[in-house]
Design a protein around this ligand. Structure first.
Ligand code: BGC
Length: 511
């Protein structure tokens, strides 16, 4: 028995030996990768140091500090720009195989364009990558995680067709410098959050007119960068490139035809819109989404659909443009048809669905996040059915709390979701790895530090942003060692009921 296990036994009040009602032990295979994730704006700080320029989040939080829950923004954040060695030390303490972090475009290309390459910015990431490799931790690098250079946003950001070339220029600088060291690349984090949920341009919150234009060009930019790597770097460096999509599960609120349709519609708008062009047999946006938006647009007196079309060449560029699906999964929603009328044309109006949570589901500190572990299993099985078993990497999953290090709720959620994932693996998901959000508390966008996702707690009042491990960090370490999420401390109420799973045979037969 190691020390971590003894500490955990003392900390946990009720624990069972197995994570499943059939008492079967299920384990992640050797080679399965465990990691943790962060993003540049949320942890780095040093917002204007060493040549870094202003991003949309710098501009917005400086102009509207009143919009941020506790007025803590990314100016200093966790100060990882100066404390990255401590971050790597924590990664070693956890024993992770990979670390997913993002690069700030504004550190590399201060004008947004390739005319000026900032060596000091590159050196920061080089130091971090070297420190990771020194300890055999694989870097997984996200090129864009919500922090668009303000200079490019002023030119329309993701709604300007030229962004496809600008993003490719930026990616080339990173590939040229780091392709020999980085084997896992993620182009874009959560395009739906960027284009539809207001994370891409928090100040303008581009919606209504720009949302679908943004969807088109962000996907094309992704595909262009995928092809760049495929054509010029892959054979030499043997890395892989994916995209991280926001794939929360959506079920009908209860079994009625109306609710079934609402859930399916919501999945097409929130998942299919991004998955289909890359992974479906025919490429392109889902037919259902195309026809709903086209009809609405016509009624609204528009000559063309608000959803731009994809040309045959664009469809070809996009189809198959990912080596793996990065799945960011946090929760499940329950769908009913929307009853409220939207006055202006909008994504919400096109969607026409009201999303809620199960009344009995346990709540986190974030209003949108409740516990429903089976959702991750259903999302995986559905992806298999719809898109023919793509390789999947869970690139984010996490739980928010307030401050405090004894986070038993996060432990229960983490173990239950991992247990549910193992069932998905049994039912055919080609799961490469799991990445917990997040290594440490960080700046949770507009929620500041009021919602904390860290396996390490960060003291934002201390000058050196002290990081201390939470109970969940110790548990995660033990899971990484034992590869068994049910081993020791899962509360019995969180055990996964194996009889709720979709039967393996049914799943295969529907293909
Ligand atoms: C985002 C993270 C965010 C997390 C928790 C994810 O969708 O990629 O940046 O902190 O959700 O809200």
């Amino acid at each position: 028995m190691n020390l971590v296990f003894i500490i955990l036994c003392v900390l946990s009040t009720s624990h069972v030996t197995y994570g499943y009602t059939d008492n079967k032990v299920r384990r992640f295979k050797d080679g399965f990768m465990f990691g943790v994730a962060t993003s540049a704006y949320q942890i780095e700080g040093a917002w204007n140091e060493d040549g870094k320029s202003e991003s949309v989040w710098d501009r917005y939080t400086h102009a509207h500090p009143e919009d941020i829950a506790d007025r803590i923004n990314g100016d200093v954040a966790c100060d990882s720009y100066h404390r990255y060695k401590r971050d790597v030390q924590m990664l070693r303490e956890l024993g992770v195989d990979h670390y997913r972090f993002s690069v700030a475009w504004t550190r590399i290309l201060p004008t947004g364009f390739k005319d000026e390459i900032n060596e000091e910015g590159l050196r920061y990431y080089e130091n971090l990558i070297d420190e990771l490799l020194k300890y055999n931790i694989q870097p997984m690098v996200t090129l864009y995680h919500f922090d668009m250079p303000q200079s490019l946003q002023d030119l329309g950001g993701w709604t300007n067709p030229l962004i496809v070339n600008w993003f490719e220029d930026y990616a080339r600088v990173l590939f040229d410098r780091f392709a020999s060291k980085v084997k896992y690349w993620i182009t874009i984090n959560q395009p739906s959050s960027v284009c539809v949920d207001g994370f891409g341009d928090p100040a303008l919150n581009v919606k209504e007119n720009g949302d679908y234009t943004c969807v088109k060009y962000i996907l094309l930019a992704h595909a262009k960068v995928y092809r760049l790597y495929e054509n010029q770097f892959k054979s030499k460096h043997k890395g892989s490139v994916g995209i991280s999509l926001d794939i929360n599960w959506i079920d009908p609120y209860n079994k009625t035809t109306e609710n079934d349709e609402a859930a399916e519609r919501a999945r097409s708008f929130k998942i299919g819109l991004y998955m289909n062009p890359i992974w479906s047999k025919h490429g392109d946006f889902p037919d259902k989404v195309k026809s709903i938006i086209a009809k609405k647009s016509e009624k609204q007196g528009l000559e063309q659909s608000r959803l731009p079309s994809l040309s045959a060449d664009e469809i070809k560029l996009l189809k198959g443009s990912a080596d793996f699906l990065g799945m960011n999964h946090y929760t499940t929603f329950l769908a009913t048809p929307a009853r409220d009328e939207h006055k202006s044309p909008s994504f919400a109006d096109d969607l026409g669905v009201h999303l809620t949570h199960g009344a009995e589901w346990i709540a986190s500190k974030s209003p949108w996040l409740k516990n429903a572990p089976y959702g991750i299993y259903k999302a995986c099985v559905n992806i298999n059915q719809e898109y023919d078993y793509p390789p999947v990497f869970i690139t984010e999953h996490g739980w928010s709390t307030g401050p405090g290090r004894r986070d038993t709720r996060r432990v229960a959620v983490l173990t239950a979701y991992l247990a549910a994932l193992l069932l998905a693996v049994e039912d055919g998901t080609e799961l490469k790895g799991y990445t917990a959000w997040s290594l440490m508390d960080n700046v949770e966008w507009r929620a500041g530090t009021s919602e904390r996702f860290g396996l390490y707690e960060v003291d934002f009042d201390s000058a050196n942003r002290t990081r201390l491990v939470r109970t969940s960090g110790l548990v995660y370490k033990h899971i990484i060692e034992s590869r068994d999420p049910g081993d020791g401390w899962m509360p019995s109420s969180y055990r996964i009921n194996v009889s709720d799973r979709l039967q393996k045979r049914e799943v295969r037969e529907e293909l």
